[in-house]
Design a protein around this ligand. Structure first.
Ligand SMILES: Nc1ncnc2c1ncn2[C@@H]1O[C@H](COP(=O)(O)OP(=O)(O)OP(=O)(O)O)[C@@H](O)[C@H]1O
Ligand SMILES: [Mg+2]
Ligand SMILES: [Zn+2]
Length: 496
């Protein structure tokens, strides 16, 4: 007796098709799973046995062999339970064949036969469509996420017995869901930040063009406060971006419906390079991928591990993490805005303050993290000093909604020029030439900055991108010298 069911293994942010073959033969009762299963997959046999019995099906007292094909993909987690049970029931004639032929299925089994959500429902629904199947059966908690995908039936099944109902056409597909509207403003608001006019300007420019931003200053000046308010300045995700972001959240185990907010990830400074950029076997997304289309916030940048910051460089520049595997490479998207805050030295006072208590070697190591190759990729650097007393009086400064309006307008100009979802910070060299023509005076300004500030070639291009954003915020079609002057000022490191 033999049957095949269809399910998926997660690799990076993709779902790879897996066939679950079940053979029931003569011999003493046993249950073997082969095909590179991890411990959780091997434990599946205990859950499947109990769930089958407790759902009123008959559990075969024979030798059961389960093969998960292809055998060279690592299978991790309990998500294979449902397909294994379905193949077993089909092999023993307790489930109509069309169920396992027409539907992929993914879910963890409870011992009573209930079905629990698993990571990656949206990615699985997308792959189901490509596989030419009619639909995918998932736990009800996974259905709203999977139903974002057009052209595939998403069948919510609450219990193993529902598979029988599925064969008899008694289960209704989950309704196709449109992303819900963006919730009302309950994000921390820029109105909380008092004083700091230049810092506000930096936040606005960064939000408008997707530029990276580094704030350096002594403790208590408002660096963390300011950067935590960045999400409230960003436009909501576009419809395709909702799918991308929800798909990534889903493979990382966040069940539930569509994500409409841009991600804001703020990993602790003890994070490893692997956890930051992702990897492993099977490859898993890291923080940079979870920040895709949103913000990665590195608070206390100087405290991060050096190797972790090194690992960040290439993904940040390329917008993708490439993980090499024996069977080829996997690419994980990571187009994010990098923002960071740091004290000028470990004690916080700064070596130039006269109050620094740090060992000179420690200061050097600390500064190396702020001025290394990563820093060259930072578009805007700003020194944040505690605001003077008169600025700390509540001055009725603009709130996030007012700033966001200008940001959205500037982003619209960029999308018209570069395409949906693109920002000035990501302009390729060709786009830079096409859209950022500089007059003679502007070129002269950049040349002088190059000489005086030691602007690198990369720094030069980043300055031009920044000038483009400043022009977009002003509604100007052409880059003018005053845009370039401000771009140079925003880019300049406080210590240079
Ligand atoms: N400009 C400001 N406007 C309003 N509140 C402020 C401002 N600056 C500091 N504060 C207050 O001080 C607290 C500490 O600020 P914040 O955590 O942002 O400092 P920081 O620059 O990140 O310091 P550290 O270097 O110690 O991390 C804030 O929670 C806030 O209550
Ligand atoms: Mg802080
Ligand atoms: Zn110090």
């Amino acid at each position: 007796m033999f049957a095949i069911a269809r399910t998926f293994a997660l690799i990076g942010v993709d779902a790879e098709p897996v066939h679950v073959e079940v053979d029931i033969g003569g011999g003493l009762p046993s249950f073997t799973i082969v095909g590179l299963p991890d411990a959780a997959v091997r434990e599946s046999r205990e859950r499947v046995r109990s769930a089958v019995r407790n759902s009123g099906f008959k559990y075969p007292d024979h030798r059961i062999t389960v093969n998960l094909a292809p055998a060279d993909i690592r299978k991790a987690g309990p998500g294979f339970d449902l397909a294994i049970a379905a193949a077993l029931l089909a092999a023993t004639g307790q489930l109509p064949k069309p169920v396992v032929d027409n539907y992929a299925m993914a879910g963890e089994l409870a011992l009573d036969g209930g079905i629990r959500p698993v990571p990656g429902a949206l990615a699985m629904a997308e792959r189901t469509r490509g596989w030419g199947l009619r639909g995918v059966a998932v736990a009800p908690g996974d259905a709203s996420q999977a139903a974002l995908v057009d052209g595939v039936e998403v069948m919510p099944v609450q219990h193993l017995t529902w598979l029988r109902d599925l064969g008899e056409g008694k289960v209704d597909p989950a309704p196709r869901t449109a992303p819900p509207p963006v919730p009302a403003d309950d994000l921390p608001d820029l109105a909380d930040l008092r004083g700091h006019p230049v810092l506000r300007r930096c936040l606005e420019i960064a939000a408008a063009g997707g530029h990276s931003l580094l704030l350096i200053g002594p403790p208590g000046g408002g660096k963390t406060l300011a950067l935590q308010r960045l999400p409230s300045l960003l436009p909501p995700l576009g419809p395709n971006e909702v799918i991308e972001v929800t798909r990534i959240a889903g493979v990382c185990g966040e069940n539930g419906g569509p994500r409409v907010r841009r991600p804001f990830r703020a990993p602790h400074h003890t994070i490893s390079g692997r956890a930051l950029v992702g990897g492993g076997a099977p490859p898993k997304p890291g923080e940079v991928t979870r920040a895709h289309r949103g913000v990665l916030f590195l608070d206390e940048l100087g405290e991060f591990r050096r190797d972790a910051l090194e690992a960040l460089r290439v993904p940040f520049e390329e917008g993708a993490v490439t993980v090499t595997r024996t069977s080829g490479t996997v690419s994980l998207p990571c187009r994010f805005m990098l923002v960071a805050a740091s004290n000028p030295c470990p004690c916080g006072n700064g070596p130039e303050s006269g109050e620094c208590e740090c060992h000179p070697g420690a200061v050097t190591r600390y500064l190396a993290k702020l001025s290394g190759a990563l820093a060259d990729r930072i578009d805007i650097t700003h020194r944040v000093d505690p605001p003077p007393a008169e600025e700390l009086i509540d001055d009725g400064a603009e709130d996030s909604a007012a700033v966001r309006e200008r940001v959205v307008r500037a982003r619209r100009a960029q999308e018209e020029r570069l395409g949906a979802g693109r920002t000035n910070a990501e302009m390729t060299p060709a786009e830079l030439r096409r859209h950022c023509e500089l007059d003679e005076e502007s070129q002269g300004l950049l040349q002088r900055a190059h000489r005086q500030l030691g602007l690198s070639a990369r720094g030069w291009d980043r300055c031009v991108r920044l000038a483009r954003t400043i022009a977009d915020l002003g509604g100007d079609a052409a880059i003018a010298p005053h845009h370039v002057t401000e771009a140079i000022a925003r880019r300049r490191r406080p210590d240079s």
